[in-house]
Structures are given as structure tokens and as C-alpha cells.
Design a protein around this ligand. Sequence first.
Ligand SMILES: [Mn+2]
Length: 314
Amino acid sequence: MVEKLFEYIEQYESIVIARHKNPDLDAYGSQFGLYYALKAQYPHKNFYIVGDSNSLNYFGDFHVIPIELRNKSLVIILDTVAKQMLDQVDYLNYDTLVLVDHHRNDPDIDHDLYIRDTNASSTAEMVAEMLLNQNIDINLDSAKALYMGILGDTGRFRFNSTTSKTFLIASKLLESGINIQEIHDLVYLESFEDKKIKSVFFESVELTKKHVAYRKNTKEFLDKYNLNAHYVSRGLIGQMAGIKEIPIWVNFTYDPEEDHIKCELRSRDYEVLKVAKKYGGGGHLLACGCSVDTWDQTDLILKDLDKLLEEEEK
Ligand SMILES: [Mn+2]
């Protein structure tokens, strides 16, 4: 399958590399990692990186390209297989379309090739492995991006999605000369203000009777501290992680742009994905999300999570 992707790459003059909206480190890392390596390997081809940007963009700028160009391109979509995570232009305008992803959902996008590895810690790990197997040089820029992608999706090699292969690949990336300290400072140093917001957030975390921790981030909370919904939803959920008494933790955040409530679900041991799927969401077994329209529905999710704990108590 990977060979087929590289046959396509050989075949096309113009190659577009896309990934999901509201990119996380893995989406950016896999995208830029693939881009820098391919650009150096095939200097006469045209590679384009497309998509939106946000506060996690430590990487660079994106190309804006005409639809006619997309229509005759190979389009590679990374780190998602779901239409709702993409702009229409990314999955409708292509000559050949390839999906590369480590999530469990089944694609609702028409495609020519689907490279899936649900055992991979991250799409960045998949991309690194493909490049290594194809003997394509992973230069410094590529290695840095891929390493950051792996860091993001493994929580710095702590989540149990981290495998011996993850370390093997990280080790290969280190051989490209990346500076770990520099990368960690770039990504993980916090401002005093950020730290204060985390403390406000944590102070009002609540518990259900089965000790599911949750936080309801209302419009008022976002407005008061001038926070963006995506940051609160994905960036603050980690504040509830790593607490002995808390087997499952959930972050509910009102998103004014979509006028719905983003729900992020996490657990160390319990398959919260079942609950996310019930509400139309998806993701990983222990780290997933969905969105609902009302706060009443968030209470239903909490009930379902309590039930999950009751049924499967470990
Ligand atoms: Mn990912």
C-alpha cells in the first residue's frame, strides 16, 4: 500500500498535502514532515501544503492554490478520514486521493488508497516509518516536525499508544540532529497567564458519583478570560489527567463559532469511545470527542460514563 502511494508520488507533478482542520501537533507534524522530506527528494515536483492555522503553528505558512491545480493533483490527506474534519475543497478536488491515518473511524471520503495503522501512536509516526522504509532522507526540518507530531499524540511518550516502534522511530529522528531541549521549550514552556487560567479551570472541576471528572466551560468563562473554544477544549483537558481517583475525565466547551458544545473524553483504562460514538463522535478508544447541542445532553453523557464505570469496574 505504501509502495502504491510512492508510485503515485512518482507519477504526479503536483502534490497537495492536507490534514484536518484545527490542526494539532500530529496534523501539523505529519504534514510538514512529509512535505520537507518529499520536497528534498523530488526537487522538480511541486508540493503544496494547505489548511488553516492556529496557536500550535510552530511550523510555517500554507499555500493557497487554485481549484484547477487541485483537480489535476495527487492529494494526500493526513490524520483524518472524516469529511467533517476537512474543508470540502480538500476531499472533492483531486485527481487521485490518498488517506493516511491512525484513527479507528471508517472513511466517509471517496479515495483511491487508504493507508491505515491503528497501532501507530500518531500519523507522524506512520509518515516517518514510510519515509524510512522507502529510504527517503529525513532531513532536519522533516525530523523536527515528525518528532513534534509524535510528542503531541503520545503526550511526550507517556500514553499507552506509545510502542517500541514509536521509540525506534524517535531514535531515527534523533539521528537527523534534532535538538530535543529546543523542541520542548518551543512547545511546552507556558506563560504566567496561561498557568493562572489553568488554576481557575481546575478550581471548578466537578465529580460525578462514580468519579468522572468534568468541567463545563460556558460562553461566560471563555469571554471573561478571552479564550478560544478550541484551546479550552483540547488544551485544558489535560489538567484533569493523572489523578488517582479519577478514571474518566471530560471537558465540555461551548463553541460560539459552531454554536454547539464540544465534548472531549479521556480515560486511562475505560473505552470511552463507545460513549463518544453514541453521540456521533469518534477518535481513539481512550481519547475521543463528540459535539452536542445542549448542556442537558452533556449530563446524559456523564450518566453514560457513570454507567460504563458501573458495568466495567476494574
Ligand atoms: Mn493524530
